[in-house]
Each structure stands twice: as C-alpha cells, then as structure tokens.
Design a protein around this ligand. Structure first.
Ligand SMILES: Cc1ncc(COP(=O)(O)O)c(C=O)c1O
Length: 376
C-alpha cells in the first residue's frame, strides 16, 4: 500500500530531536524555528516530559471515558491556574479541528441557531464545521458548504454588529493571532467591541487559541493582551508538545448535559500525563518570561536587516515579511543553513514558531544566517 499523497514534502527525514534541534537520518543537525507547525512548546524530548509519558505508559495508557480518570481533573485544575482562566470547564478531545468542531457545536446547542461569523483568511481546521469557518475554498468539499458561514474583514466592527443584528448567529469564531493566514490580528479595540456585542446579543465568542495559546504570544492566551474574557476557548498544538490532544474551555455560565459532547480517545491517560507535564515545565522554567525576552531581542535584531519590510505577530508567533516570495529562501534556510521555518497564505512571509525554550543565542545564529543568505 502507498500513502494517500496529500502533503507537499521537503526531502528531510528527522530521526532524533532534542531541545530546539532536530537531526536527520544523515546526522545533519537543524535549528527548529517551526516546532512542527507550532506544536513543540517545551522543546523536543524534554527529559521530564519523556519520564512522565514513559511512567504513565507503563501504568495505564488508555481506558474509555466511561470510567473515572483523575488525571483529567488534575489537568483541568492546573490549566485553570496556569492560564488564569479558572471560571471555565474543560472538554478534552484529540486535535485542533476537533476542539473547534465541538466549540461550534456547543455554541449551536446553546443558541439554537446555526450561522457562524468568521473572518477573512481564518484557519480553524479541516473537520465539517471547522473547515467551513476556514476561509479557503480549496479545502472545502461540497459537503462542507452546507454550513452557513459569513466571513468578515478583521477590524470592521460595524459589519460584526450588522451580522449579529440579524439574530441568527450561533457563534463568532476568531483566532487570537491568525496563523496559517499570515499573522494578522484584531486590534485591542476590535476584540473588546466584538466581546461587547457578543455579550449583548448572547452569542458565544469562540477564541481559537490553538496556535496562539500556551504562552506562544507572550501571554498564556493571545486574547489576554486585549483584556477580554471569551465564552469559549479552543486549544491544541502546544498543549502536549506533540502528543495528540485538544481542548475546549467553556465558560461556567454554560451548563453541561450528559452525552452532549463525547469522544473515544479524548483525555486519555497518556494525553493527560503529557499535557500536565507541559504545564509544569511552562511554570517551572518560566517559559512565558523567556518568550518575551527572546521576542524583544528578535525584534531589535531583525529590524536591522534592510530587506525585512515588516514583522507581524507577538512573542514567538512571528511573521517576517519581505517584498518577494519566500519559497526559495525557506529552501536555502533548510538545505544550506539547516534551519526550519514556516510559510503561510501570505507567500512573502516567513513564519517563525520555535519551541518556547529557544535562547537569544540561537536566534542570533538564525539572524546571521538569514543576513548572509539575503546578501548572497
Ligand atoms: C488556529 C488554528 N486552528 C485550528 C487548527 C487545526 O488544528 P489541527 O491540525 O490539530 O486539527 C490549526 C492548525 O494549524 C490552527 O492553526
């Protein structure tokens, strides 16, 4: 059997990783400024994380959601404390798309309506409702188009007020900072006004923090830069450093009903052990402080490169914009300088999503290599 060929691949085969570095099968060492799509939060193969997963695996790896699993409560408590979001309840699932799918379904249960307001260039995943709220026709099949979704430009509050005025909206969904779209984001004023109109109209505001959450923006959640309190928050990527998991934080104003949401694998013992150790390491190693320090250094250094037109994003969720398409530059970074970076819908933007443990020394290596390539 062959693989169903859906991914354009770089010809690199990682076989080993540690901290912010990855080694390929020829023992070439790469600096990882992409974290496998912003997934690696605490660094690759962190010893405490490896120990915690290994020990859990030798005790019990999985049982269904029809028994008691105290690790789920432990994860919920710790997440509430570390994120500063204690007035929420947690539903655990397996991926980002699933987190958004459940968030949208829940909002629709709550409101009894079905139309969703999303934003231009949004990416929310590939399952039925999540992909319908993703602004990319190429990945929406006819079956997905039965969902009712209205896309609006970011930062135009009048249009949001107009749509919510029709009284048929089940949810507004927005990324803390757009990832795949290319690092655009709402202004503080916009986030606050969206929250206010959602509150007024009793429409749940869903903050997709799947990429921008878990400290990556320099706050635990990117929306915390804007001092709002969303009704529903979705999480995944950085949550368990590569172990598949997703979650929905649901404001405690909403009541759960038995059977309303469910999953076989979500919140299993191994996933919880991985997610708990990630939160412990974020706290113990003050990773959010590190994100802000490295961000300030990055900004200063990158500004000195004349070819850089703009730096977008916050913390270690960054986009470096040029006035040319960066495809060739990314290839040279990988094959000549051995540095992984990311792309986005904005072809002129280099996406930087390193592990949150990265140091200014490693960023300085990148800046030097980037300068050399640009001056070639
Ligand atoms: C903001 C955002 N939401 C949702 C998703 C979907 O997550 P997953 O690929 O885990 O389904 C992604 C993935 O890139 C994302 O960046």
């Amino acid at each position: 059997m062959e693989l169903f060929n859906v991914y354009p691949l770089y010809n690199v085969t990682p076989v080993k990783a540690e901290g912010v570095y990855v080694w390929d099968k020829n023992n070439i060492k790469y600096l990882d400024l992409y974290g496998g799509h912003g997934v690696i939060s605490i660094g690759h193969t962190h010893p405490k994380y490896v120990k915690s997963l290994s020990e859990q695996l030798s005790k019990i790896g999985f049982y269904s959601n029809s028994i008691q699993n105290p690790l789920q409560q432990e994860l919920a408590q710790k997440l509430g404390k570390v994120s500063g979001c204690e007035n929420y309840n947690l539903f655990l699932c397996n991926s980002g798309a699933e987190a958004n799918e459940n968030a949208l379904k829940l909002a629709s249960f709550i409101t009894g309506t079905s139309r969703i307001v999303s934003f231009n260039n949004a990416f929310h995943g590939r399952t039925s409702a999540a992909v319908a709220t993703t602004d990319n026709k190429n990945i929406n099949a006819p079956i997905n188009l039965q969902q009712e979704v209205t896309f609006l430009p970011l930062n135009n509050i009048e249009l949001v007020i107009h749509e919510l005025g029709k009284n048929d909206v089940a949810a507004v969904i927005i990324e803390g900072i757009q990832g795949v779209g290319g690092l655009d984001e709402g202004t503080t004023e916009f986030f606050q006004e969206v929250q206010a109109i959602c509150n007024k109209k009793n429409v749940p505001l869903i903050l997709d923090e799947i990429q921008s959450g878990y400290g990556r923006s320099g706050q635990f959640f990117a929306f915390q830069h804007h001092h709002i309190q969303p009704d529903i928050i979705t999480i995944a990527k950085g949550m368990a450093n590569g172990f598949p998991i997703g979650g929905v934080l649901i404001s405690d104003i909403y009541e759960a009903k038995l059977g309303m949401l469910g999953t076989t694998f979500g919140g299993n013992h191994l996933a919880c052990a991985a997610a708990i150790s990630v939160l412990e390491i974020i706290e113990e190693e003050n990773l959010i402080v590190n994100v802000n320090e490295v961000y300030n250094y990055f900004l200063e250094e990158i500004k000195a490169i004349p070819q850089v037109k703009k730096v977008k994003g916050k913390g270690l969720m960054l986009g470096v914009e040029f006035d040319f398409e960066v495809g060739e530059l990314r290839k040279k970074l990988i094959f000549d300088k051995h540095i992984f970076t990311g792309g986005s819908n904005n072809k002129k933007l280099l996406r930087i999503l390193p592990p949150l443990t990265i140091s200014t020394v490693q960023i300085s290596e990148f800046i030097n290599d980037l300068k050399n390539l640009l001056d070639e």
